[in-house]
Design a protein around this ligand. Structure first.
Ligand SMILES: [Zn+2]
Length: 285
């Protein structure tokens, strides 16, 4: 899918947030053993013992529609920045960063503006609290979806060229529109994407595609650096949103629950992503 400007009105905007509500609450419910069959299968590797997972309905957006990338957008280019922060751009009227959490839907526009302004991207500061260990953890997290790539669902590459589809930026802590720090719920990351109606794009309309923005937090509520295991899980979770899981599994064992599960792609997460990538989407990023 080319990236051009055109007439298609921008579609609904997906705004996704994950909050960490603490440790997993107790052992997994026996109910999840009910194992609905997974989505239609592609090409299971010979001899692979894939655990059966159940598709959870929360991959859909609140209105029941779906969004995912198309095969001709592959491989997705993922730019994980080395700590770059975009919260230094201040909304003069609010006196708060444009990249505030009441304004998540505007983040792709902000990123597009930064990327298209000569010199601006290169002069972005590094988020306070960021470490290269966190970068490594984020890359590991994003890479957790690679087994599904081998099934042919999607493909993605990390790039050092800041001409990408998905960007990872960093922030010391999130603030709302009044600039107040958000500590309630211990939010670790957000993903924001702008999506366009699939059928209109396929019918020849052009869309002004925007970068998908993932923002990861470098510190926990108490100000200590986000530890690598949590960072890995956050990045994996946010990348699951970037790939198209629009909401949160209600099953706490799943990576795409608000509890981050066990910090790895669960059989349910995998089954759900497989199912999503065999559907014709309503929207594409
Ligand atoms: Zn989330």
């Amino acid at each position: 899918m080319g990236r051009g400007t055109g007439e298609i009105a921008r579609g609904v905007i997906a705004v996704l947030a994950a909050t960490c509500l603490g440790a997993l609450p107790g052992p997994a419910s026996a109910a999840r053993a009910q194992g609905r069959p997974a989505a239609p299968r592609h090409t299971p590797a010979a001899g692979s013992a894939r655990a059966a997972g159940a598709v959870y309905p929360e991959f859909r957006r609140a209105d029941g529609t779906t969004n995912r990338w198309l095969s001709d957008q592959m491989p997705l280019k993922v730019y994980v920045s080395h700590g770059l922060a975009i919260d230094g751009f201040i909304d003069e009227q609010l006196g708060a960063p444009i990249a505030n959490t009441s304004n998540v839907a505007a983040w792709p526009d902000l990123a597009a503006s930064i990327l298209s302004t000569p010199g601006q991207f290169k002069s972005l500061p590094v988020a306070q609290g960021y470490t290269e260990e966190q970068y490594a953890a984020a890359v590991q997290g994003i890479s957790m979806w690679k087994p599904l790539e081998r099934e042919g669902l999607f493909s993605y590459v990390l790039t050092s060229d800041p001409d990408a589809d998905i960007y990872v930026f960093w922030v010391h802590h999130f603030v709302d529109r009044s600039g107040m720090a958000l500590f309630a719920g211990d939010i670790r990351g957000y993903t924001s994407m702008t999506v366009f109606p699939y059928r209109q794009v396929m019918a020849g309309g052009k869309a002004d595609f925007k970068p998908v923005v993932i923002m990861l937090r470098t510190t926990e509520s108490n100000g200590v650096p986000m530890p690598a295991p949590k960072m890995r899980a956050s990045a994996a979770h946010e990348f699951g949103h970037a790939l198209g899981i629009a909401n949160h599994s209600r099953n706490p064992v799943d990576l795409m629950s608000i509890y981050y599960g066990y910090g790895v792609v669960s059989p349910n997460d995998a089954a759900t992503m497989r199912y999503l990538y065999h559907l014709v989407p309503d929207y594409i990023p």
